[in-house]
Structures are given as structure tokens and as C-alpha cells.
Design a protein around this ligand. Structure first.
Ligand code: SF4
Ligand code: SF4
Length: 502
């Protein structure tokens, strides 16, 4: 068993890491939404949020992850969590001589301080902020989608001229993602912090900062199978310690700290004497943690700033439009972890991460940005990929009738009024015929909006040529509603008759 455990762990980790990375890096819409959703929905943070929202599948997923942890320890952290696997990859870049060879005691103050602050934040109603700041999968998503994907697109576009010279058509130019600066900074700080900690001491992030790691660590203390040292066989050569990414092997005491061991099996492969084994150890329950008062105080102190964030979530200038399936901005902010999977999956790129558009609480959450594009009438990918249920899946027929906002026409800015010229770009692009034209003067026609048909897709706003402020703009609905007759009203192309129409 000792020989195949590590290769099996590495193989599974490569599959999870590969699929999730591909989902976040995908800039050509090649990743099937079901596959991206299936792997993202196995992440503990998103699955917990979706389970709380009532998803039986997500509840099953959470239960399965907890049972696996109770049986085998923190395999989740070594196999399923992409941020954990990323840290392993980064830690491999350390020079061999800098690899730590000593046991590092657990820092309970920081570890349980982070967990306490996360739990208190959830208890105080700042769930979305807590998950955005602390969920490891969401950090991975933001780092990969914001930094990795942008770099990949720039690389792709740089190679296009050379590829075309060689007659290779597989590469073509794509518009660069241009994520907001605030998100780039946030993702960069997260990436640098995680990388620096991984280079310094392997999995120290997972074992001191990450609340998911701490919760799974608590369960792992009583897991059925654990790494245990056989005092009779162990020569104290420290080969296992050098291979351990969590610095959790206490050779002096002859024990492995199961709450910080991520069950990577590196020590098993490193030990030449059979001194360490992965075996059934149900009865050897490790002492329950004693979250010191200091940790609880540290956690409690961290919450007021979060509550303050909530307090300063002032009404933004123009309320951002939440994507179809979100139901309302309030619901979105409560359930979204800002992972960017929906932003990556959106084919028109109308879905963009907010900075402070929703206020502080909405940092990194998706909104429809009609300056860039409009919501495709035939698309419902964001709801299909979202793993937390922040954007619920909608059947295409339902999505086409979901009204996320209403178009508002400002006649004083319209060029038909100001320049006396023909236009009608908005009504031509409206997929539901909510924007029509009515007679004006001199055979000109002015747009008119039928709010009951409008779904707030932004096709009119995007098409409007007036700058800097467009003559037709979408105003967000506080709660999404169902529009009337949108599908039937969709503009139809004339049926081909075989004859020229002139
Ligand atoms: S439904 Fe609209 S916002 Fe969602 S992915 Fe499709 S085009 Fe983007
Ligand atoms: S709404 Fe988008 S960013 Fe938020 S959790 Fe869902 S997929 Fe991730």
C-alpha cells in the first residue's frame, strides 16, 4: 500500500487541478459548463453555501467530503482543493537545502483566530464577505481567472502573427479580458502571499490561515486512518520530515499531528525503514484542540472590521445589474464567493467582477457591464457553472423571460432628437421587441420602451451610439421578475422565399 498511495494521490490531484485550472483559464469557451460545475461543486466552501441554499446534491457532496475526512484524514486538502495543490507545486521550487527538517508546533492563536472570525462573520450575516476573503477555492479562481487567464490571452495574441505567417489557423486574436485594477491587486496580493508562504514553509497557509483546513483538521484528529510512527522501526533519520510539506511530524514525541497532516503520503514514500505507516488508528484519538482564549479574542477582534464593511456598503451611484438566476443583488452578495467561474464562462464577457459597484460587500461579485457587451439572449452558462447557487441554473426558456432590469430611454440625449437623424439601433438589437419606435417628426421615429417586455439584457444600451452617456440605459431591478411574451416577440428573420425581395 505504501508504494501506490502517493502516485494515486498525485494522479487524482492532477485531474482536479487540471480540470479546475482549465475551467478558469478557458478563454475560448471550450470547457463544458457541466464539467466545470461538477468539479467546482465538489469544493467544500461552495458546496456548503449551495447546501444551505437547499441543494440536496450539494448537501450530499458536503456529507461525502466530511465522511471521507473522518475516514482518511485531510485528503481533500491534497487532492481536491486546487489552492492546496498549487502550493505543493510552488513549494517544489524551493532549493532542497532550504527544505525544513524540523517539526513546527501548531500556532493555535492564528489558526483558531481565523476560524473564529470566519464563523462570527457568518453569524453576523456577512457570509458572502467571509467566503470571499477566506475560501481557498475562490482565491484560486480569482488568481487563475484574473492573472493566469489574462496572461494566457496576452500570450495567445502575441503568438497570433507568427502562427498566421506559418498558416496555422488554430490561433486567433481574442479580446484581452482587462479585469478591474482592484481585482488584479487583490488577486496579486493573494497570489504573492500564498506563494511566499508555500516557499517558506509548505502548507503553512492551509494549517494557519485557511478555515476549511482548520475545520477538516478538527475532524482529522479522530479520522479512522492516519499516519502513525512505529517506534520500533523508526530510526529517527528524519527522511519523513524532509518530505513533509506540513511540518507536522514530531519525531521526538513519535507522533504525527493529524490535524495538520494533509495525507499526501510523501513521508511514506520517503521512509526507507518502514517507520511510518498509514494505518487504522481509530482508538488513538488525538487530544481535542484547546482553542485558546487568545485565538477566540483574535477572531472576535477581526469581526468588527467585517461588520464595518457591511455598514459602509453604501448605495452605489448606479445600482449594478445582477445576472439572470441571481434573483436579486442582495441574494447574490450573500451567496457568491467571487470565484470568477461565471465571469470566465460568460461568452460575451458582459459578466464582469465588481469592485465597489455593489458597495464593499460586493467586491469581486459578478455584474452585467453593458459598456462591454450585452447578455446573450440564447445563453444561460453562468447559472450552469455557478457552484454556490448564487446564480441559479435557468432553463433557456425561463432565462429568456427573466427580467433583471428595465431599459430607460432619455429622449434629450437621443440623436434622433438632438441631431434630427435616423437611428433605431436600440430597437433593432432588442431581442424581445421591448424597444420599439414611434413616429416623431419629419418621418423620423423615436424609441419607446415597453417595460413589461424588457428583460434588461442591455442589447439596446450596448448598441446605442451616444457618448459619453447613452440615450438608453438599463436600470437594475431590486428583485428579478418575469417578463411577458419575450420569446414570441423575438425579431424574426424573413423566411427565404427563393426570390429576390426586389
Ligand atoms: S446568461 Fe448572460 S451573463 Fe450569463 S453567461 Fe450568458 S451572456 Fe453571460
Ligand atoms: S456567482 Fe460567479 S463568482 Fe459568484 S460563486 Fe457563482 S460562479 Fe463564483
Amino acid at each position: 500500500m505504501r508504494r501506490w498511495l502517493k502516485p494515486l494521490r498525485v494522479l487524482l490531484a492532477v485531474v482536479f487541478f487540471g480540470v479546475l485550472s482549465a475551467a478558469f483559464l478557458d478563454f475560448r469557451g471550450l470547457m463544458p459548463t457541466r464539467l466545470a460545475h461538477a468539479f467546482a461543486a465538489m469544493q467544500l466552501g461552495p458546496a456548503t453555501l449551495a447546501a444551505v441554499a437547499g441543494s440536496a446534491l450539494a448537501a450530499g457532496s458536503v456529507a461525502l467530503l466530511l465522511i471521507v475526512t473522518l475516514l482518511f484524514g485531510r485528503v481533500y486538502c491534497s487532492v481536491i482543493c486546487p489552492l492546496g495543490i498549487l502550493q505543493d507545486a510552488i513549494a517544489r521550487l524551493r532549493p532542497r537545502r532550504r527544505t525544513a527538517t524540523r517539526f513546527a508546533p501548531e500556532n493555535k492563536t492564528i489558526r483558531y483566530g481565523f476560524l473564529t472570525s470566519a464563523l462570527l462573520a457568518v453569524a453576523l450575516g456577512a457570509t458572502g464577505v467571509a467566503f470571499t476573503l477566506l475560501d481557498p477555492y475562490s482565491h484560486f479562481g480569482r488568481i487563475t481567472a484574473t492573472l493566469g487567464r489574462t496572461a494566457l490571452v496576452i500570450g495567445n495574441n502575441t503568438l497570433v502573427p507568427a502562427a498566421q505567417t506559418l498558416g496555422w489557423q488554430a490561433l486567433y486574436r481574442v479580446p484581452p479580458p482587462a479585469p478591474p485594477l482592484g481585482l488584479v491587486l487583490f488577486a496579486t496580493i493573494a497570489a504573492v502571499t500564498v506563494a511566499a508562504l508555500a516557499l517558506w514553509r509548505g502548507r503553512i497557509y492551509c494549517n494557519t490561515v485557511c478555515p476549511v483546513g482548520t475545520i477538516l483538521g478538527l475532524l482529522s484528529r479522530v479520522s479512522a486512518f492516519r499516519l502513525t510512527i512505529d517506534p520500533a522501526a523508526c530510526t529517527k533519520c528524519a527522511d519523513c520530515l524532509r518530505a513533509c510539506k506540513a511540518q507536522c511530524i514530531d519525531l521526538r514525541a513519535g507522533r504525527v499531528d493529524a490535524s495538520r497532516c494533509v495525507a499526501c503520503a510523501n513521508c511514506l514514500s520517503a521512509c526507507r525503514h518502514g517507520g511510518i505507516a498509514y494505518r487504522f488508528a481509530w482508538r488513538r484519538t488525538q487530544r481535542a484542540p484547546d482553542p485558546q482564549r487568545r485565538a477566540l479574542v483574535a477572531g472576535a477582534l477581526a469581526v468588527p472590521p467585517l461588520a464595518a464593511l457591511q455598514a459602509v456598503a453604501a448605495a452605489p451611484r448606479r445600482a449594478p445589474v445582477a445576472p439572470p438566476g441571481a434573483h436579486s443583488a442582495t441574494r447574490l452578495l450573500d451567496r457568491c464567493t467571487g470565484c470568477q467561474l461565471c465571469v470566465t464562462a460568460c461568452p460575451t464577457q458582459v459578466l464582469q467582477p465588481a469592485v465597489f459597484d455593489y458597495g464593499w460587500l460586493g467586491f469581486a461579485k459578478p455584474h452585467l457591464d453593458f459598456e462591454r457587451a450585452f447578455c446573450n439572449f440564447d445563453c444561460h452558462r453562468c447559472g450552469d457553472v455557478c457552484p454556490t447557487g448564487a446564480i441559479l441554473p435557468l432553463a433557456l426558456a425561463d432565462k429568456r423571460l427573466t427580467s433583471v432590469g428595465t431599459a430607460q430611454f432619455e429622449r434629450s440625449r437621443c440623436i434622433v432628437e438632438t441631431d434630427g437623424t435616423d437611428c433605431a439601433a436600440c430597437s433593432e438589437h432588442c431581442p424581445t421587441k421591448a424597444v420599439n419606435t414611434v413616429p416623431f417628426r419629419d418621418n423620423l421615429r423615436l424609441p419607446a420602451v415597453n417595460e413589461s417586455l424588457c428583460i434588461g439584457c442591455g442589447a439596446c444600451e450596448f448598441a446605442c451610439p451616444v457618448r459619453p452617456q447613452r440615450a438608453i440605459t438599463v436600470t437594475a431591478r431590486a428583485t428579478h421578475t418575469r417578463a411577458a411574451q419575450a420569446v414570441e416577440a423575438r425579431p424574426q428573420l424573413p423566411k427565404p422565399t427563393g426570390d429576390f425581395p426586389f
